[in-house]
Design a protein around this ligand. Sequence first.
Ligand code: PA5
Length: 456
Amino acid sequence: MRVIQRYFGLKLTIHLEGENVELAIPLTLNQTQIAVSVLEELFDTRVKKIHQKMNKGTSEGADYLGWKNYPNELPLHELEETLDAANKLRENAELVVVIGIGGSYLGAKAIQDALSPYFERKSDDPEVIFAGQNLSGAYMKQLLSYMGRKEVAIIVISKSGTTTEPAIAFRILLEFMENRYGSSASERIVAITDKSEGALRELAIRSGFRTFVIPDDIGGRYSVLTPVGLLPLAVAGVDIKQLLAGAKEAVHDLSSENIGSNIAYQYASLRSLLLSEGYNVEILASFSPNFEMFNEWWKQLFGESEGKGGNGIFPAAVAYPTDLHSLGQYVQDGQRMLFETFVHFTEDAEDYAIPSSKADVDGLNYLSDKTVNEINEVMMHGAMEAHKDGGVPVLRLEVAKQDAYHIGYLIYFFQLSCAMSAYLQGQNPFDQPGVEEYKNNIFRLLEKPGYVEAAL
Ligand code: PA5
C-alpha cells in the first residue's frame, strides 16, 4: 500500500472551455504537483505498446475498435438521415418509446437525463421513455395504458436482434401499434440493428420499418455515439451535433501514445495501479442528481469490459449528497478496498441563492450569502477530504459544463480509458462471455427451440 499513499487527493482535471479544449492535467497531491512521470515510469512502455496495437488493429478484439474514430467517420448523410428520422418521429408523436437493454439502452437514457430539465421538458419535445430493459408485467401493463392516451412512436434497438427482454417488449408493443394504427403502424416504428442478421432485421424488412445500422465493428456498450444513442437523443431534443463535436474534440485530444499528454491513459494507468495495490472497487461519484443514469452507463462500460477471468475493478456509483447519508458510512469507514472518482461539473448553468430570514429560527442565516451550488461544492470538498482521510484514494475529474459538447467529450474519454484500462489488465475490452452465458441459459430455461436439445 505504500506507493498508493502518495496518490491520495489526486486530481485529474479536464478543462473544457467553449469550443477550445484545453487539457490542463495538474496531478496534485495536497497542492503539490505529482510528476506524471510516476505513471510514465510504471506504465509508459505497456501503454505505448497497447496504443500502437490498437491503432494497427492488432490488439485482442480489434474487430470491435470501430468506435475509436467513429465521431470523425460518421458519414454526413447518415447524420442527416438520423436527424430526418428524428424530426418525423417528433412531428407524429407526443410519446416515443425506446426499446432496448444494456448498450442499446443505457447511453441514450444517461445522456437524455444528464441534459434534460428536471421537471418540465420543452413544449415541442416529445416525451421519450424506455421499455425492454425490464421484464415487469406491471411496468408493461401501465406502459400500454399510458401509450393508449398518447400519439405514439417506437424506436426498437438491438444489435443482435435476438435479446429476450427487448424482443418480448417489442412483440407486445408492436401488437399495440398495429391495433392502434393499422397498416400505417410501420411508419411510426424505427429499428436500429445489425445490417443483415437477427430476427429484428428480418422483422424490419418484412414490415417495412425505417432502419439504421449498428456498425459491425462497434459493440453495444461502445455504441452510444452511433444511431443507437443519436436517434433517441435527437428525438428527445438533444443537440447531437454538439455531442459529436465534443467527442471529435476528444478523439483529437486523446490521440497521443504518451501518458504525459493523454489524460485517458493517465486515468487508465492509475486505475491499474490502484487495482494492483488491492483497490478493487471504484466508485464514480457525482453531485449532479441528473447524472445518476450516466453512472449506470459507466458501470456497464467498465463492468462488462474488465470483469472477466476472476479479475477487474468492480464499478460502483453514488449520487451525493443523497448517498452521503447511506453509503457514505461505508465509504468512510468500511473495508478499505475502495477508490473514488468524482465527476465535478465546475460551471453550473443554473443556481439559486439561499434567502436570509429575519427570525433565523433554523439558524441558517450564516449561509444566506451563498447559493445552493456553492454549498453543493463545499459538500463535495468536505466529502473528498473526509474520504481521503479515511483511506480512500480520491480522484477528481473536472468538466466545465454539463452540456452536449462536454458530455460527448466525457463519453469518448471514458470509452478510451476503459479500453486501455482493460488491456492493461490483460482483458479483451470488447467481449462479454458472462452476458452471453446468461442469455443462453434464459433460452434453455424458457425452452427456446434448439436450446433444450443443445443443453442435453
Ligand atoms: O455491451 C453489450 O454488448 C451488451 O450489454 C448488449 O448491449 C446487451 O446485451 C444488449 O444486446 P443487443 O443490443 O444485442 O440486444
